[in-house]
Design a protein around this ligand. Structure first.
Ligand code: CUA
Length: 330
């Protein structure tokens, strides 16, 4: 691939463009103070060396201006670092609303990728250039970590839980995917490729897949096969809540708590239905723990999402954006 010594991996995502300047700033700052302090240590030890055995330095009784100076300057520097990194952190932790959804399942020792449109991949992820991609990730066994150096993203992939990250590729090409969390014997072999394609090529690639049913369609079939429809009707006559259009809604629980219906809540409600019961319903649903795989869970969730999504006014995305602005306003 590249020849010669590279200090940085390629810069191939919008996140990389934000992370690198911050990182360089931190390195530059560290180098500057290392040199400055090193120089002063040597300079002062020569300049103020003891010249005779009887020499005694004058006593110092404090220097207020000096103390203010060495408090205010570092404070200013660390505040710059804080606001700057908080801004980058918010950017990394909030996938844009228009992001394309991709599901990732980690397993000893491979990455399984599921596209919403149907295609599945192993140790490869094809994505279009210039499109935000949101990854919803989980693990079938132990903790893994999804790491793409060229995109400057790294996120732990945990069993029984969903984590998310996102990226927007800015350069076509093939980039390394690593597992960055020691996960057993073949951890170092748990690698793959992210293939960034021109949008038109990506569309061709998508439609070229052998499996033509979308993830939501797979989920719908599973929903019927597992007899979920026995209790979850499309009207309120069922023994379980209506799931049509439930994604994004806020539900009242029997405990009095309120919870927003997202991937995490849906997953928990399938594998551990007693944990959070929607008010007005009884805790009669059996657990599907062990009966459905992580990939089937993703299909079920995608199916429920596909029946409609609610955006609650002033409560979801817009509210979050406000927070970002406040945080980055400094
Ligand atoms: Cu998976 Cu290391």
């Amino acid at each position: 691939m590249q020849s010669g010594l590279r200090i940085f991996p390629e810069q191939a995502s919008t996140i990389a463009e934000k992370v690198d300047p911050l990182y360089l700033f931190l390195v530059g700052l560290t180098v500057f103070f290392t040199l400055l302090i090193g120089f002063l240590v040597i300079f002062f030890s020569i300049k103020y060396r003891r010249r005779s055995d009887s020499e005694r330095p004058a006593a110092i009784h404090g220097a207020l201006s000096l103390e203010i100076l060495w408090t205010v300057i570092p404070l200013g520097i660390v505040l710059v670092i804080f606001f700057w990194s908080a801004k980058v952190f918010f950017m990394i932790s909030r996938p844009p609303d228009d992001a394309m959804q991709v599901y990732v399942t980690g397993k000893q020792w491979m990455w399984k990728i599921q596209h919403k449109e149907g295609p599945r991949e192993i140790n490869e992820l094809h994505v279009p250039l210039g499109q935000s991609v949101k990854l919803t990730m989980t693990s079938e066994d132990v903790i893994h970590s999804f790491y793409v150096p060229a995109f400057r993203i790294k996120m732990d992939v945990l069993p029984r839980r969903y984590t998310t990250t996102w990226f927007k590729a800015t350069k076509p090409g093939v980039y390394h995917l690593f597992c960055a969390e020691y996960c057993g014997t073949k951890h170092s072999g748990m690698i793959g490729q992210i293939i960034v394609m021109q949008p038109a090529d990506f569309q061709n690639w998508l439609s070229g897949g052998a499996d033509s049913s979308t993830l939501a369609e797979k989920g719908q079939k599973l929903f019927q096969d597992l007899a979920c429809t026995n209790c979850h009707h499309t009207d309120s006559s069922g023994r379980g809540p209506v799931l049509t259009g439930i994604f994004g809604k806020t539900m009242q629980l029997t405990s009095g708590e309120k919870v927003k219906v997202d991937e995490v809540f849906l997953r928990e409600s399938i594998v551990n239905p007693g944990a959070k019961v929607v008010a007005g319903y009884e805790a009669i649903m059996p657990t599907f723990q062990g009966l459905v795989t992580e990939e089937q869970l993703l299909a079920l969730i995608e199916y429920i999402k596909s029946t409609g999504q609610q955006q609650e006014p002033g409560q979801t995305a817009p509210a979050k954006k406000g927070t970002v602005k406040q945080a980055s306003a400094k």
